[in-house]
Write a protein that binds this ligand. Structure first.
Ligand code: ASP
Length: 585
């Protein structure tokens, strides 16, 4: 066995083209079958598996092997016996007649079946993640992720972007989430923050004259987690000087045109664009899934003077909108009640339904509205015979959130998403600031460095809620894949933006003084975007959770089941840091 490790073939690579070759293979045992005088073993690595045959003098050696043992074998590639080929397997026409075996390590029985079709809970899989990653679909996800990153790096390199690493130990960056803090031993009482994104550094690199920056960047946000969120995640982070929105759109459309074909998806050359207002009015969401209809319809005009107080006052004080489900009149009372349950978490009182059936109309509002009143609603919504109209009234935010989520739920329940269809789009024209009634102040919808639209600057003081931002999001199939903006590069405008956010000059100097200082010495106009790598690979791999495309993810409660992080630390360590615990969580 003399072959260099780098020349050795992978288990999954052998085909008819190798017939007659003698090869050396290494890998793990997946399965063993004894057929009396003949032993078959599936040997696998991250690329797939190949069948080994132990016959004659080698039978005894084969019989010793069990699942997950690690082997080195030597043998001849030969054709499988007639009728034994496996068309589902890349290596299905060949097998290796083993003439030499070295058992490199013996494995204990693993805690779960290490195959795609496993019996393991996600908890168990995360505890033994290294075994989980041996499953072919997990290995494929890691490989795909690598190919996406490699291709993205090539794409940006061709366009003369420079990859620069920015610090992990830094100070708080303003993306609106909670920071992870790291106590400093040398500066007792002071803390580093882990970056929520490299935002300020990538802007400073433009002041530094770099011109085109990219980074596969780790970001940290201490937020409540969901299936598509992790406390640490990866962005393809981009910033460039002397650019406008169109330049960023062209750059990202080109990038997606290189990345998505890796999984057989061809995005359009130009993505359609939708304004934030249209997205909200038509889909109740700023990341609309446009692969199906069920658009929101306006019902305020029919509510006025309709005779049903609830609707009249909802329309007068807020919004009333609806969704028509074609053929939905067949839904049962129980199914309709369940739809009401779905909207309550969004603050809506429930869903009011209207049905147009062959012999008339049905609705709980029929008594108040009368037959003709019900018909007016169905007509206004364009609901035909057999259709169902679902109506929600209340404050605008509630109506959008409730119907936006109802729309997705209905599409899922009634399988309205065409198989294999993918939609890409840009959402633009976001508000710059968002009013938070609880805190009685404005927050930056994107972050405080996003530029207002030219012409809107004057509204910063007079009507801040009306200012539109030079921000954009790229959305695929209802998932936000990334967002960015053209930045403020005028120190005076930046000061006015801080003022609109309630950050006074002193506060601004304390928190972002280095940026404001930098802007005094010749700052180029600049802008950029950050793309969520985990979500992108998740969609490409057709998975539902970003945990499936991250090698070592955290659970929804932010812990790593394998390493048991976060963990307690020694009292000595805390003393050194000058940290005292109030209580243990
Ligand atoms: N730093 C922003 C974010 O992480 C993206 C950007 O504005 O480029 O969302």
């Amino acid at each position: 066995m003399t072959q260099s490790a780098w020349e050795r073939p992978w288990c999954g690579s052998l085909t008819r083209a190798n017939l007659g070759d003698t090869v050396e293979l290494v890998g793990w045992v997946r399965r063993r079958r004894d057929l009396g005088g003949l032993v078959f073993v599936d040997l696998y690595d991250r690329t797939g598996l190949v069948q080994l045959v132990f016959e004659n003098l080698m039978v005894g050696e084969g019989e010793r092997l069990s699942q997950q043992d690690v082997l080195r074998v030597h043998g001849e590639v030969r054709e499988r016996a007639a009728g034994q080929a496996n068309p589902d397997l890349a290596t299905g026409e060949v097998e290796i007649r083993v003439d030499e075996l070295e058992l490199l390590t013996k494995a204990e029985t693993p805690p779960f079946v290490v195959e795609d079709d496993t019996n393991a809970s996600e908890e168990l899989r995360l505890t033994y993640r290294y075994l989980d990653l041996r499953r072919p679909q997990m290995a494929a996800s890691l490989l795909l992720r690598h190919r996406v990153v490699a291709e993205a790096r090539r794409y940006f390199d061709e366009r003369e972007f420079v990859e620069v690493e920015t610090p992990i130990l830094t100070r708080s960056t303003p993306e609106g989430a909670r920071d992870f803090l790291v106590p400093s031993r040398l500066h007792r009482g002071s803390f580093y923050a882990l970056p929520q994104s490299p935002q300020l550094f990538k802007q400073l690199l433009q002041v530094a004259g770099l011109g085109r920056y990219v980074q596969v960047a780790h970001c940290f946000r201490d937020e409540d987690l969901r299936a598509d969120r992790q406390p640490e995640f990866t962005q393809i982070d981009v910033e460039a000087s002397f650019v406008i929105e169109e330049d960023i759109f062209i750059l990202v459309e080109g990038l997606f045109g290189r990345l998505f074909p890796l999984v057989g998806i061809t995005p359009p050359a130009l993505f359609p664009r939708l304004s934030y207002d249209d997205a909200m009015e038509r889909f109740g969401s700023d990341r609309p899934d446009m692969r199906f209809g069920l658009e929101l319809v306006e019902l305020a005009p029919v509510c006025e003077g309709c005779g049903f107080r609830v609707l009249e006052s909802a329309a007068a004080e807020g919004r009333v909108k609806g969704i028509v489900l074609p053929g939905g009149a067949a839904l049962s009372r129980k199914q309709l009640d369940e739809l009401s349950e779905l909207v309550r978490p969004h603050g809506a009182a429930g869903v009011l339904w209207f049905k147009r059936v062959a012999d008339g109309f049905a609705s709980p509002a029929k008594k108040a509205l009368g037959e003709a009143g019900v018909e007016r609603f169905l007509d206004a919504a364009g609901a035909g015979e057999g259709d169902l109209l679902l109506v929600v009234g209340g404050p605008e935010k509630v109506v959008f959130a409730a119907l936006g989520s109802l729309r997705l739920q209905l599409a899922r329940q009634h399988r309205l998403v065409p198989e294999g269809r993918h939609d890409f789009l840009w959402v633009t024209g976001f508000p710059l600031l968002e009013w938070e009634p609880e805190d009685g102040r404005y927050y930056a919808k994107h972050h405080p460095f996003t530029a207002p639209r030219p012409g809107d600057e004057e509204l910063l003081e007079s009507d801040p809620g009306k200012v539109r931002a030079r921000a954009y999001d790229v959305v695929m199939d209802g998932v936000e894949l990334g967002g960015g903006s053209i930045r403020i590069h005028d120190p005076e405008l930046q000061r006015r933006m801080f003022a609109a956010l309630g950050i006074d000059a002193e506060d601004a100097r304390a928190r972002f003084g280095f940026l404001l200082e930098a802007f005094r010495y010749g700052v180029p106009p600049h802008g950029g975007i950050a793309l969520g790598l985990d979500r992108m690979v998740m969609l490409m791999a057709g998975r539902d959770s970003i945990r499936d495309v991250i090698a070592f993810p955290k659970t929804t409660s932010g812990s790593c089941l394998m390493t048991e992080a976060p963990s307690g630390v020694d009292a000595d360590q805390l003393r050194e840091l000058g940290v005292e615990l109030l209580e243990r969580g």
